[in-house]
Design a protein around this ligand. Sequence first.
Ligand code: MG
Length: 389
Amino acid sequence: MAAPTSIAVLGSTGSIGTSCLDVIRAHSTSLRAAGLVAHRSAERLCQQVSEFQPDWAVLGAPDAALPASRVGISGGSTKQVAWHQGLDKVPKLIQNAEIDTVVCAMVGAAGLPATWAAVDAGKRVALANKESLVVAGSLIMRRAVETGAAVIPVDSEHSAIYQCLQSGRRADVRRVILTASGGPFRGFSKDQLRDVTPEMALKHPTWNMGPKISVDSATMMNKALEIIEARWLFGLAPEEISVVIHPQSYVHSLVEFRDGSVISQMSPPDMRLPIQYALMFPLRPDGPARKPDWTQPQTLELLPPDFDAFPALRLGFEAVQRGGTCGAVLNAANEVAVARFLNRELPFFRITQVVEDVLNHHQFDAQPTMEQLLQIDSWAREEAARWKT
Ligand code: MG
């Protein structure tokens, strides 16, 4: 039997990371967790290390205390686990020849150096960190072509598009249609959105996610990020991307071909399916993801989005149109604005306004280098932090 695929899971204690470990656990003869990276959930990481016995584990935050119990683990009877501290250790570890696949599931632009390292080393990259592509999509996808790295999206919409694209030629694609649940405030007017609290924004109707992406889903900035992500992943022009509201989160996205056929990917909302697909492509074995239930009546709605109540959508299309530094600025300003909203420093409706203001004031560059992107990222963060409510 072939050796199992060695997988590095970056962000292993988060929502995507734990789902990824569910998939690895369910396919323990063909998949193996070879490395685990967590930000600062030391105890959780310790439990994962003890269950999955990786070759190495990294606690990213330089100030987080390594738990005492790890001594018992690394000196344990089964194997020696190498512990490291600091995100700067990650690129070298994942570029090691032993690693086949890197799951990039860290939150925010902090995931970019690791994504770059994985692509640079020609690994299969199961990409859940959409910010990497939003910030530096042009550079990452060009490097992937050079190194032969397969970038397979984990984001449910982009996984769906990736799957739908298997049924036709790229040249015959008319458009991709990203579905959006509409978040907890679907149907709200501009006025109703003024008094939204963090508690309200953190309650998502169909997906159980971390706080940052829950707020992004509520403002629909998540869809703006996904529009930019799709542009880079699939090499699309702005007019080749559409968004439809689909409250049931069952149709994960669609591809329309030139002959008028629309191919969609449907499944009960469960991130373990796109994760397993990215890890095992092109195989589709049984796995831990929930299965459809055809005995229950089911209604699927597809509705046009409200660009007026959710101006973030428009920002996404504008960022694709202009390209260059826009994705990096939009993403950075949004991360700060979301944190300030969760901190009760900014009202909900100001999140998108702050992002738009920072976008409009930035020094645009159509062909930025990675250094320039990182610089403009810091600049946009400072700007968004000092913007008044
Ligand atoms: Mg998504």
